[in-house]
Ligand binder design. Structure first.
Ligand SMILES: [Fe+2]
Ligand SMILES: [Fe+2]
Length: 141
């Protein structure tokens, strides 16, 4: 792992976070049915966390001498509340795996501060994934 590859990978992560902000904002609008109030609240509550992650990554990429991407990862189409929750669960699990890997890469280049921050983000994304998994566990149909 060198600094250039780490910047490239952090930009992938940044695209994911920008995508997550769009995903949660859009899904909050699309939630329907008797659980709409709770789902909307649940999705919107994630936005500040993901935005904070995006801000951190953009700042870190600049600090490392890179150029932060402005292109978001595409948001999966979802036609129902269940499909939205399933798409969110996949995205959060991917974020957990990606930041686990990225923390290792940051350690490899000797950036302990970044490694610690990324591990903190593993904790955030794990919380998001677990919460979503529990909502889906007893989801009707
Ligand atoms: Fe995030
Ligand atoms: Fe998340």
């Amino acid at each position: 792992m060198n600094k250039k590859d780490l910047i490239k990978n952090l930009n992938e992560d940044l695209a994911g976070e920008l995508g997550a902000v769009i995903q949660y904002t859009t899904y909050a609008a699309k939630a329907t049915g008797p659980y709409r109030p709770q789902l909307t609240q649940f999705f919107l509550a994630e936005v500040p966390d993901e935005l904070g992650h995006a801000q951190f990554l953009a700042n870190k990429i600049v600090a490392l001498g890179g150029e932060p991407t402005t292109e978001a990862r595409p948001v999966p189409k979802a036609k129902s509340n269940r499909e939205m929750l399933e798409a969110v669960l996949l995205a959060e699990r991917r974020a957990v795996a990606d930041y686990t890997q990225r923390a290792r890469e940051a350690d490899e280049i000797g950036d302990k501060g970044l490694a610690v921050q990324l591990e903190d983000m593993v904790r955030d994304e794990t919380g998001h994934a677990e919460e979503t998994e529990r909502i889906l566990r007893d989801w009707p149909v």
